[in-house]
Ligand binder design. Structure first.
Ligand code: GDP
Ligand code: MN
Length: 378
């Protein structure tokens, strides 16, 4: 899934005719100050952290300013901030508008219904998870006609909009639907959709694009930048490699065994730090590359849990022994292995002769890995 930052989502809104405040994205306090001085961002203004997490309003990541100097200091207070584990690298500076009312509006994919749903609530501006179900109106949308006139009128009634505001809502809903379809979105959310001086405006945006549709949207593929540098290298080499917070590296094959291995380590008090799914490969070159990436993540210990089916235990073991020789001295770590299945005895013999702790049972080997990561001897 590709989640767009607010300013990117708003650029998409603009393309579909959804009305917005005037504003600009910026990457430095200087830039914000000059945007305000030049009048591109009118005063008073609001400076908003461009992170993917919500709740910025409550979390101090949205600030107001009445002068170019204030805008500058708001931006320097927000840039570089760590907000829910994301570092703020960009801010959106926008005109601050007098809000008369705040609504919630979204189109989302309901996987249980297998249909898009249109969600509207007169209680916007706050996180929708905190709004009572009775205050949220949900309508399934038939994707072929899209959001119909009847559904748009019902949304207007839910938001208690009449006259020209109902007309504006009607046009926003058409835009929202066209966006949802046209961009292959799985969620398009406006919260708040605000009444400002008698008009409706989208003050915030949340757009999530379905990643299976990225081949149709190369512009979004480029902004998927939540990978670590090692994950990025792994992706280029087509290796399934994910970094977590802990200190035990996990090498397994198949998503099921990999997840189960992480669970067992957690259960025994260990903290998996990076995992690698060898999938169906026993290609020694690929195993070596994967292992060297693992070494660069600097785990305290590595637990190898392989089931030899299509992958043969002895080939994986040979690949690993070769790879271990290539790990630089400073990056060595204790390796605990459990390999079962096809050519198991040969695989274990190869690993043991290379000095790898090779145990048969899952629990004892996982315990040994946890102990090794905590500094004990495997
Ligand atoms: P979120 O908390 O991460 O969802 O960030 P939002 O973009 O929804 O902003 C949080 C809150 O800031 C909104 O609900 C508004 O109350 C306030 N806010 C944002 N833009 C404006 C503005 O132009 N004028 C005023 N008065 N308040 C704003
Ligand atoms: Mn919001």
């Amino acid at each position: 899934m590709v989640k767009l930052a607010e300013w990117r989502g708003k650029e998409v809104f603009r393309k579909y005719g959804i009305p917005l405040p005037r504003g600009h994205v910026a990457r430095s306090a200087n830039e914000v100050e000059s945007l305000v001085r030049s009048g591109e961002v009118p005063l008073p203004c609001v400076v908003k952290a461009q992170v993917l997490a919500g709740g910025r309003g409550k979390g101090g990541a949205v600030k107001f300013a009445n002068s170019p100097e204030e805008a500058r200091s708001a931006a320097s207070a927000i840039l570089g901030l760590s907000f829910k584990d994301e570092t703020v690298k960009e801010v959106l500076a926008e005109e601050k508008l007098p809000i008369a009312k705040e609504f919630y509006l979204s189109v989302a994919l309901d996987r249980a219904l297998r249909l898009p749903i249109l969600i509207a609530s007169a209680q916007g501006g706050v996180e929708i998870e905190g709004v009572a179900d009775s205050a949220i109106d949900t309508q399934p949308v038939d994707p072929f006609p899209g959001i119909t006139g009847y559904e748009r009128r019902r949304a207007a009634r839910v938001l208690q909009l009449t006259g020209s505001l109902a007309g504006e809502l009607d046009s926003i809903l058409r835009g929202l639907w066209n966006l949802f379809q046209g961009e292959d979105a799985e969620l398009v959310e406006i919260n708040p959709l605000a009444v400002v001086e008698g008009h409706l405006l989208a003050l915030d945006s949340k757009v999530i694009v379905e990643d299976d549709a990225l081949f149709r949207h190369p512009e979004y593929a480029e902004i998927q930048d939540d990978r670590t540098p090692l994950e990025e290298i792994a992706r280029e080499k087509d290796i399934a490699f994910v970094q977590l917070d802990g200190n035990i590296g996990v090498i397994a094959n198949g998503a099921g065994l990999t997840m189960a291995t992480l669970d067992v380590l957690m259960e025994l008090g260990g903290k998996p730090g990076v995992f690698l799914d060898l999938g169906g490969t026993d290609d020694p070159k690929k195993v070596t590359e994967a292992f060297l990436l693992m070494a660069q993540a600097k785990p305290r210990a590595v637990f190898l849990n392989i089931f030899g089916g299509v992958t043969r235990c002895d080939t994986v073991a040979k690949g690993l022994v070769e790879a271990m020789k290539k790990v630089p001295d400073g990056e060595r770590f204790p390796l605990i292995a459990r390999i079962r299945g096809n050519n198991e005895a040969e695989g274990i013999a190869i690993l043991r002769s290379a000095g790898v702790t090779s145990l048969r049972e899952l629990e004892e080997s996982a315990k040994a890995a946890v102990a090794a990561a905590q500094g004990g001897r495997p």
